[in-house]
Ligand binder design. Structure first.
Ligand code: RB5
Length: 152
């Protein structure tokens, strides 16, 4: 799978082991930065380009890491076509894909260690959306509120 990854300084330390594990598992990974540890950098500068790449189909799914995962998720969901959530447990990692067609997983680099993050990532990447009528109906309602003001 072609996967995009983005972090700010808060997620920077977790990016390298995640990136390595993804590549070792046979995934192709596109890195949206940050490429240096800069305590002054801002998560939207990395997360929005990743979110746009997912929304336009340039990458299939994404992983965004900031300190808590909150800012990354907040920013990503401003991009039309992005269904992003902060997840630190396994149930939501697959249910979010199966029911809600989540296409961007957010993690908190200051909250979760690599081993636990990697378990969640593996579950997220092997889950598939189940296009049941009720899921489609709900997602259509969400899509309907994506308006012109949002980033495309
Ligand atoms: C950065 O210090 C921190 O605020 C950011 O990484 C993130 O946690 C925001 O949600």
């Amino acid at each position: 799978m072609l996967i995009g990854i983005a972090t700010d300084h808060g997620g920077f330390d977790l990016k390298e082991p995640v990136l390595k594990a993804l590549r070792n598992s046979g995934h192709e990974v596109r890195d949206f930065g940050a490429f240096d540890l800069n305590p002054e950098d801002d998560y939207p500068d990395f997360v929005i380009p990743l979110a746009k790449a997912i929304a336009s189909g340039k990458v299939e799914r994404g992983i965004a890491i900031c300190g808590s995962g909150v800012g990354a998720s907040v920013a990503a969901n401003k991009v039309s076509g992005i269904r992003s959530a902060l997840i630190h447990e396994s149930y939501s990692a697959h249910q979010g894909v199966e029911d809600d067609n989540m296409n961007l997983l957010c993690l908190g680099g200051r909250v979760i260690a690599f081993e636990a993050a990697w378990e969640i990532i593996k579950i997220y990447l092997t889950a598939h959306y189940v296009a049941k009528e009720r899921f489609e109906r709900r997602l259509a309602k969400v899509a309907a509120i994506e308006c012109k003001e949002q980033i495309k």
